[in-house]
Design a protein around this ligand. Structure first.
Ligand code: URP
Ligand code: ZN
Length: 461
């Protein structure tokens, strides 16, 4: 350690696994060297670069466990590359993303994972791990699962919707059986794709072609049915599952019932399902097409759903809040679906703004320990990165976010770093900002602006 550069974050409110304590955090090279309640002596500070962080909270770097960077989604390429997406993440205080490496039909898992490394390696500001999304379940895919585990992938994904991606129930069961030997976890996109296809057809038949058709074709029942099915598949196989982007009260009720039966389920929701409701699809800007900004799956929901999910967050029933960052430009991408909402690429941006959104919207209801659990520790624990990530402890990676709760700023597409031409949170008055973001000991962003460093590394789990 002697030769490595040392940085001390002095006099902050350290958000440790045991609670918030005033003191100093010392980093050396890529690791946290010491967490010192009360602070280091003047002698101990000698030779270190010292940053005064009095008045700030010092968190382990935030983790966004649901992103789609530089990805072909069946309709278009996402607007953010790994380079732009992880830079934006760091500006907002996120130091690690877990991205969905996605197998297309006809592709092997090895080819998919190699391709994701090719896209990400050497370009990232924040660290990155990969879940492996499986679209082509066959004998060869099954044989490759242990190889994926050897290459650092412990979490997998399957879809119940999207015709080019979805597995049937027997395939999903076989996948669950294949990852069980190493206690792998399956993340599942829970929407009933057969029903969605039929409801989309009916909307178009009725002449409903605009963005307002999107939520009508993906009602809460489609999510709840798929969650219920997943719960029973997990029960049948005994494999851990993670419900991604939970959006409805009805879906939450399926999870609660399953938990009472002992199903090993964890739950993710996203800021959009806690902040935005389905009246957004009726926005009249952009020549009546502004609702396309919110075309994502699952869709935005009713106020009663938002209230139920917010209550679940406050009750500790939600393990993680991540984003499902999947950005497309309004101009040149989403607008291809102007005459047919089923042709609007599904997804929205969010990786840059999640910590500020959550800490602002839950101000007065949640505190630093809750933000630790929901934005960092939960992701690290569920996806096998803890305590290397998600904890301010000696020996952990030096991924750190110094959060200034007194900062006031306004979210806007004009100033964001996400490489996309809008944000669903335009004009949102944020309370608090990432003052300093360190990735593997290097300063990656200051006061919401990137430093230009690209210290992001692959997180093998
Ligand atoms: O609309 C979305 N979220 N598109 C990305 C695919 C997914 O994970 O649902
Ligand atoms: Zn997603």
């Amino acid at each position: 350690m002697g030769e490595e550069a040392r940085t001390v974050l002095r006099g902050g409110n350290l958000v440790t696994p045991e609670g918030v304590v005033r003191g100093d955090l010392e980093m050396a090279g890529e690791k946290i060297l010491r967490v010192v309640p009360g602070g280091l002596s003047e002698d101990e500070l000698a030779g270190a670069k010292v940053e005064d962080v009095a008045g700030c909270y010092v968190y382990p770097g935030f983790i966004d466990a649901h992103t789609h960077m530089q990805c072909w989604t069946g309709m278009d390429w996402t607007a953010d590359s790994f380079e732009t997406g992880t830079r934006a993440a760091a500006c907002g205080g996120t130091t690690t993303i877990v991205d969905y490496a996605t197998q297309d039909k006809g592709m092997t898992l090895t080819e998919a994972l190699d391709e994701w490394h090719k896209r990400a390696d050497g370009t990232c500001t924040a660290n990155y791990a990969f879940h492996m999304a499986i679209a082509d379940w066959n004998e060869h895919t099954r044989e490759e699962i242990p190889l994926m585990r050897k290459r650092g992938v412990v979490s997998f994904k399957s879809y119940f919707a999207y015709d080019h991606l979805r597995l049937d129930d027997a395939q999903t069961m076989e996948l669950l059986e294949a990852i069980k030997p190493f206690d792998g976890i399956l993340c599942v996109h829970c929407e009933n794709g057969t029903l969605v296809n039929e409801l989309q057809r009916r909307m178009l038949d009725q002449g409903i072609t605009g963005p307002e058709g999107h939520p009508l074709s993906r009602p809460a029942e489609c999510e709840a049915e798929a969650i219920s099915r997943l719960m029973y598949l997990s029960e049948l196989t005994g494999t851990r599952v993670n419900v991604v982007h939970l959006s409805t009260k009805l879906g939450l009720e399926q999870v609660r019932a399953a938990k009472r039966r002992g199903v090993r389920v964890s739950v993710e929701t996203c800021p959009q399902y806690l902040l935005l409701d389905d009246t957004r699809y009726l926005e009249k800007g952009e020549d009546g097409f502004a609702g396309a900004k919110y075309v994502m799956s699952p869709p935005l929901r009713k106020p009663a759903d938002i209230a139920a999910l917010r209550e679940a967050v406050c009750n500790g029933e939600i393990d993680q809040i991540s984003t499902d960052h999947c950005s497309f430009n309004m101009h040149g991408q989403k607008d291809r679906g102007r005459d047919n909402f089923t042709k609007i690429p599904n997804g929205g941006p969010g990786v840059e703004h999640r910590p500020a959104l959550i800490m602002t919207t839950f101000e007065g209801q949640l505190g630093p320990m809750d933000y630790l659990h929901l934005l960092s520790e939960g992701q690290a624990k569920v996806f096998g990165m803890y305590p290397r990530k998600g904890a301010l402890v000696a020996g952990a990676d030096a991924d750190v976010c110094v959060w200034d709760p007194s900062a006031r700023w306004t979210i806007s597409a004009a100033t964001q770093h996400q490489a996309v031409d809008y944000t669903t949170y335009e004009g949102f008055e944020a309370h608090g900002q990432a003052h300093l973001t360190y990735v593997m000991g290097q300063l990656a962003a200051r006061d919401g602006e990137p430093t230009g460093a690209k210290p992001g590394q692959y997180v093998s789990r």
